[in-house]
Design a protein around this ligand. Structure first.
Ligand SMILES: Cc1cc2nc3c(=O)[nH]c(=O)nc-3n(C[C@H](O)[C@H](O)[C@H](O)COP(=O)(O)OP(=O)(O)OC[C@H]3O[C@@H](n4cnc5c(N)ncnc54)[C@H](O)[C@@H]3O)c2cc1C
Length: 428
């Protein structure tokens, strides 16, 4: 079947299965020229990455474009310490290629399966007080804009570069992304069970500052955090040790999955065993299903000065949250300068929720969570389920109107404006 004939016959739904794409066609251009022609001829078109978002962000009433048949791009510049990948590449493949050359990305999300362009477009992040989100590593983007023109934007030379990176597909179809890299490093992962909330809240900064990347997993009930994961970067100057007992909890005697009762076989190596960065920074291994599969996710980022107050507010909602929750995760994200980044301009704490896959119930509970976190200026993860719309999101982003103006410039006919973007960015 040629890409012209490719009517919707695949990936009917997103990864989680909670959203059915409405786009009648999926196209797979095999060259940049073919992609440009496709955009020029379309009235409504949207890039589809690996489909891991939990909402309608990657949908279109016309064409969805997958770049999976474009020629692979992988160019490493050891002098500039950058890597360039194609718009369809995923982090798993990229990480292996970098590691083979003794290089690394500063951070990864919980799973390596997602596409680089899709993750960057939604400000996907991992954890770490000093680690900004994955989009912050971008130094150059090449995209096909709404007129079909190929544009290259760089951090060094493009004045409004910071507006282009977290683009949510609204600015064009990204064909290449260039990321900053660094020398490869070693990480050891230590997991503690039943850490006491009282000790965590007594000095929250000390807990999240203990390791390169820290995640707290909780169901928001009771006096203890279910699991605390410390990803220790060997040789980064932190001197913390990992005794048998920490913060009132005990070191896990065997590898654990964040979800209660699920086998840890899907998870990256724990028990303090040192390994390459790409085998420890994600929670989940590339060759297995990440997380639970049957789930819906939501996430909110607040300025980390409000961390303890926001945690206290969420613990107070346990009666509403916990029954629908598989697990929640608390992470740190360092500030960046990207206009629509959820951590833009503020060091942040991220409150993630893995819900049971009950769409109607999730849509109700996120309203309660959003009301509780509203006093802290919570910004929802663009790729997950949330209730807020453009009118409530605009005040949270100082460059919101500038982003809309940039989108109007790059996409004058509004080809990339799907229903999700109308609701959350452009206003109905
Ligand atoms: C199991 C699981 C775990 C997750 N863990 C994390 C986590 O640890 N941290 C976190 O922050 N998020 C996490 N997420 C959310 C996920 O990272 C985001 O939803 C991300 O956007 C998914 O990337 P994707 O390639 O699947 O993008 P898609 O869902 O396919 O698309 C997302 C957006 O990117 C745009 N896009 C995709 N490709 C291009 C392109 N070439 N050019 C222009 N725009 C493009 C789409 O148009 C759309 O706007 C997780 C999701 C799942 C399912």
């Amino acid at each position: 079947m040629t890409q012209q004939q490719a009517v919707r016959s695949e990936r009917e739904r997103n990864w989680a299965g909670n959203y059915r794409y409405g786009a009648p066609e999926v196209r797979h251009p095999e060259s940049v020229g073919e992609l440009q022609a496709l955009v020029r001829g379309a009235s409504c078109i949207q890039a589809l990455g690996s489909g891991h978002s939990f909402n309608a962000i990657a949908d279109s009433t016309g064409i969805q474009v997958s770049l999976d048949r474009m020629p692979p791009v992988l160019a490493i510049d050891g002098q500039a310490m950058t890597v360039t990948v194609g718009g369809g590449s995923n982090y798993g493949t990229l990480a292996v290629a970098l590691a083979e050359r003794g290089l690394a990305l500063a951070n990864l999300a919980s799973l390596p399966h997602i596409s680089v362009a899709g993750a960057v477009a939604t400000a996907t992040h991992g954890s770490g007080d000093g680690n900004a989100n994955l989009a912050a590593a971008v130094v150059r983007i090449v995209l096909v804009d709404g007129t079909g023109e190929l544009r290259t934007v760089t951090r060094a030379d493009t004045p409004d570069f910071a507006g282009h990176v977290v683009g949510m597909g609204a600015l064009g179809i990204v064909t290449e992304v260039t990321l900053a890299v660094e020398p490869a490093f070693i990480v050891a992962q230590h997991v503690y069970r039943d850490v006491e909330w009282a000790q965590v809240l007594a000095d929250y900064d000390a807990v999240t500052g203990r390791a390169y990347s820290v995640s707290l997993f909780t169901d928001w009930s009771g006096d203890t955090v279910g699991q605390a994961w410390f990803k220790q970067r060997i040789g980064d100057g932190r001197t913390a040790d990992y005794p048998a007992e920490l913060l009132g909890g005990r070191a896990a005697a065997e590898a654990v999955h964040p979800l209660p009762g699920v086998s840890a076989v899907n998870c990256t190596e724990q028990l303090g065993l040192p390994g390459q960065w790409q085998d420890r920074l994600p929670h989940f291994r590339m060759e297995f299903m990440p997380s639970a599969g049957e789930e819906i996710q939501s996430e909110y980022l607040v300025d980390r000065v409000h961390a303890v107050a926001a945690i206290t507010a969420l613990r107070g909602l346990s009666g509403v949250i916990t029954p629908l929750l598989q697990v929640a995760e608390i992470r740190s994200v360092a500030a960046d300068d990207l206009w629509l980044s959820t951590a833009g301009g503020r060091d942040s704490v991220a409150f993630h929720f893995t819900w049971f896959r009950d769409q109607a119930a999730v849509e109700e509970v996120v309203k309660v969570v959003e009301a509780a976190l509203a006093p802290f200026g919570a910004r929802p993860h663009w790729g997950k389920v949330f209730d807020a719309d453009a009118s409530s999101l605009a005040p949270l982003y100082p460059r919101f109107d500038d982003f809309k103006a940039l989108a109007a410039r790059l996409d004058p006919e509004g080809k990339f404006r799907n229903a999700f973007l109308q609701r959350t960015v452009f206003g109905r």
